[in-house]
Write a protein that binds this ligand. Structure first.
Ligand code: FAD
Length: 423
């Protein structure tokens, strides 16, 4: 009799889940497990909550959705809060198990948690499952990963292929004595519920069900994918871009599932540069994760200090009070909704680094706290890229924010939405 714990991390779904599929093959019984680990609910050295209320709420909804999907298969998700190591020890006492299967992570804090688990005597088996391309399908050794995105993309397009997603299981055997557990509230996690804002691009709700609803609305009902390349630099509204990022970051939908839908859309509706471009953006996402894997801790390029003082310029940036209206409008959107467009992110990051001359990682840590779609590799990868210290053939990457505002918000509708003084 073999029992395996499937430890859900940023992969909160049942379909296209290699660790779960392997566990179902290898074990007689599995124990689905999730822990709201205390490490993610503290402050970083900048003083910002590592997980702010917007993302905490989204993750909570995603876990609830996973719990409901598992309950339909009579497999109660074991939800814990606090230390993952302690939770696993408790679980082991109640239900002796042999091994833990989980997603493979590649960044510092996530790996630190894995070593703590291994040091406590548990056996972990890791599965690379966050990217579009599998690690084993890279056409080069990870040490030879190109430093520049374009050569990475060209090699992947030419020499690799995207595998089809795995189906969700229709049966899961768990120990008979496994009981349903209770989802912690936001208050239990030390956070207040965020206030809703009618100006938000979308009312984001966590979980696979909502992820697929969004895909259906964006691809099939609204037919927006056909114009993605032209609209993707937008700033206002639900449909200028896919808004898949929060669900990708929490793993409620996988990039391979999205890719399969792009291919279906190309067959059934339109195939054009826009359908290609959404794939292209997913390759950017892969690039940052594989780069993090290659570089290890150097990826973060952080000179850590134990604590940072509250810097007035940082506060003004964070609250959208710098006096630069395009930056302020974007920062207010982030503050009040937990989301910002890609165009906005590039501009506010450039402004913090190149105009305010503040340390880039303070901005990155505020994004980490605030973004619903925070993903360690995409966030730190993009920040170092904009700061000119990542992998960019143009190290002087600087956005002329006023010029960008004229170009992308010519009628000021975005600034009017967020700044009452522009009415
Ligand atoms: C400073 C900075 C920080 C960022 N932090 C994050 C982050 O923490 N999490 C995150 O998911 N994205 C991050 N991004 C990338 C990008 O801004 C968001 O993925 C995008 O705005 C999400 O909206 P969307 O899903 O509608 O994107 P779409 O334009 O519809 O793109 C589809 C998907 O492609 C991926 N993608 C698109 N652009 C990028 C990119 N530049 N880098 C990596 N993946 C990309 C995302 O998964 C996205 O959901 C950051 C960008 C910058 C400049």
């Amino acid at each position: 009799m073999k029992r395996i714990v499937v430890w859900f991390r940023n992969d909160l779904r049942l379909s296209d889940h290699p660790a779960l599929s392997a566990a179902l093959k290898d074990a007689d019984e599995i124990i689905p497990f999730y822990c709201f680990d205390e490490r993610w609910y503290v402050s970083s050295e900048s003083g910002f909550a590592k997980t702010g209320p917007f993302r905490a709420q989204f993750i909570r909804e995603s876990v609830a959705d996973l719990q409901a999907s598992l309950a339909k298969l009579d497999a109660p998700l074991q939800i814990y809060q606090g230390s993952t190591v302690q939770a696993l020890k408790g679980l082991k006492q109640a239900f002796a198990f042999d091994e833990i299967y989980c997603a493979e992570e590649c960044s510092f804090e996530e790996l630190e948690l894995e070593s703590a688990i291994e040091q406590a005597g548990f056996r972990l088996k890791r599965f690379w499952q966050y990217t579009l391309y599998r690690k084993e399908d890279l056409p080069f050794a990870i040490a030879q990963l190109p430093d520049v995105f374009t050569s990475f993309r060209k090699k992947m397009e030419k020499l690799s292929k995207v595998e089809a997603p795995l189906p969700a299981p229709n049966r899961i055997s768990t120990p008979k004595e496994l009981k349903p557990t209770i989802l912690p509230s936001l208050q239990d996690l030390g956070l207040e519920a965020p206030e809703g804002d009618s100006r938000a691009v979308l009312s984001f709700k966590g979980g696979s069900k909502a992820a697929w609803q969004r895909l259906k609305a964006y691809f099939w009902e609204g037919d927006h994918l056909k114009a993605y390349k032209q609209t993707r630099n937008g700033l206002v509204g639900a449909d200028y871009s896919s808004k898949f990022s929060p669900w990708l970051a929490s793993g409620s939908i996988s990039p391979r599932e999205i890719y399969a839908e792009i291919k279906r859309y190309e067959k059934e509706r339109h195939k054009n540069s826009s359908t290609y471009w959404l794939y292209f953006e997913l390759v950017w996402r892969d690039f940052f994760r594989f780069t993090a894997l290659k570089e290890g801790n150097h990826f973060f390029r952080i000179q850590r200090k134990p604590k940072y003082p509250k810097l007035p310029k940082l506060e003004a940036w964070r609250l959208g009070e710098t006096g630069q209206d395009f930056v302020d409008a974007n920062m207010k959107e982030l503050l009040h909704t937990g989301f910002m467009s890609n165009r906005g992110r590039q501009n506010v990051a450039s402004f913090l680094v190149h105009d305010l001359k503040l340390p880039w990682f303070l901005g990155a840590q505020w994004f980490e706290s605030q973004l619903i779609d925070y993903d360690v590799c995409s966030n730190y990868g993009n920040w170092t890229y904009v700061a000119g210290i990542g992998h960019d053939p143009r190290p002087d990457r600087y956005f002329n924010v006023a010029g960008q505002a004229d170009r992308y918000d010519a009628d000021q509708s975005f600034r009017k939405l967020w700044l009452s003084e522009i009415d």
